[in-house]
Design a protein around this ligand. Sequence first.
Ligand SMILES: [Zn+2]
Length: 408
Amino acid sequence: MTLSEGRQFFIGLFIIVFELPFFVVLTFFSVMWEKTDRLFKGKPRTGILFQIVDRINEATERHLEKYVVYKQDYYIINSILFLIIYVMLIFLASAWYTSKYGFSIYVFVLYHTLRLGPELAIFGTVQSLAHKECHSGTEQFQNLPKLVIWILGNIFCWFIGPFYGLLPYSMKIGHSMNHHKYSNSERDVICNSDMERDSIINYIRYITRFLFYSTNISLIPVFLHDKNYKQVFQLVIGIIYQALFFFVFAQKVSFIFALSFIGYAFLENVFYISLYNWTWHAFIDPDEPTNEYVNSITIIDGTYNVIDRDLHVVHHAYPGVHWSKYRKIFETDREIYTKRKGTLFKQTQAKELFFLIIFKRYDKMVEKFIFPENMSYEEKVTFLQKRLRSITWGRKQNIFLSENKKSS
Ligand SMILES: [Zn+2]
C-alpha cells in the first residue's frame, strides 16, 4: 500500500467511524417509524402515511399530468412541493431550537429521522429525483411558465440537494458529464477499476475518492484539462454555495449545529451513495474490459427495484431515456446480454450484493448470478473472482486494453 493509498484508507476509515454509528441508529429509527406506521402488520410501506401519499397522488394525477412530459412523472410535482416545505420547516425548526436552547442530541436524531423518512423513503425519493433531474432537468416539465419550469428542473441542485449533502452541480456535472461519459474508466473520478472490488479495505479507500467527488474538488482538474471552463466555474460556485450554507448557520446558530445537521448529511451521502456506485460497477470483463453488459449490473426480479434502476446497463447506455422505457429496451436486448455474458443477478438488491462482494461471499453470489453456460461450482467462483479482480489501470493493472478498445 503506497502512502497515498494509506491516506485514502485512513480518511475513509475516519468517515466510516464517524458516520456509521449515527447511520445505524438513524436507520433503526427510520425503520421503526415505518413499522409503527403500519402498526407492525402487513407488508412494508403500506401504512397510513404511505396510503395518504398514494391518495394525494391519485387525487392530483389528472390535474398534474399535463405539466410533465411523461405522464408517469406527475408525482414529481407533488414530491417537490412537499419536500421544499417539509425540509425547510424541520431544518429551520431545529435551527431555532438549537439557537434558543443549545445543541440537543434528541433534536439531532429527530431531525435526521424526519429527513430520512419512514424506512429511508424520503431520502430515497430525494436521491432518485436528484438523479433524474441531473439527466433530464427542465425537460421533464411542460405547459408552465419558463421560470416555474426552471425552478422545478433545478430544485434538487440548488434547494433540496444541499440538505442531503448534494452540492450544486455535483450531480448535473459530476454524475451526468463525468461518471456517465467515462463509465468507470480511469477518467471517471468515482471509478473503482484500479482496485479489487471484493475487498473491504479497498472500499474504505474508495470512500475517500467519493468524498473528493462529492465536494466537486476532484472534478475540477478533469474539466480544466478538457478546457471546459464553464463547468469549472459552476463546480466552484457549487463549493462556495454549500460552504456559505454551512458557515451562515455556523455563524447564526452554532458550529456544532452546522456540523451535525449539514455536515452529517454530507458524509451520509458520501457513505451511502459510494456503496451503491461500488456495487453497480464492481464487475469488469477480463476478456473485453469495455463490455458494457458486464461493467454495470442488471438485476432480474429484484427485491428493491425503484423505477427500474436495477437495469443499470440500460441506464448507462441510454442515460437521457425515461425510466419507463428501460424494461422494453432490456427485453429487446435480452439476447445480447446472454451473448455478451452480462453481469446478471436474480432476486437480490444492490445493497445485499454490496455486502456479498466486499466480504467475498462467493457461495451466496453463485446462487444469485445467472451464469452464461453450464459450469461447475469452482468454475463459477473463478468466473466471478476474475470479474471482481480485473483491474484496467493504475499500479495494480492486470488487464490491458488494446488501443482501439480504450474507452476514452
Ligand atoms: Zn445516471
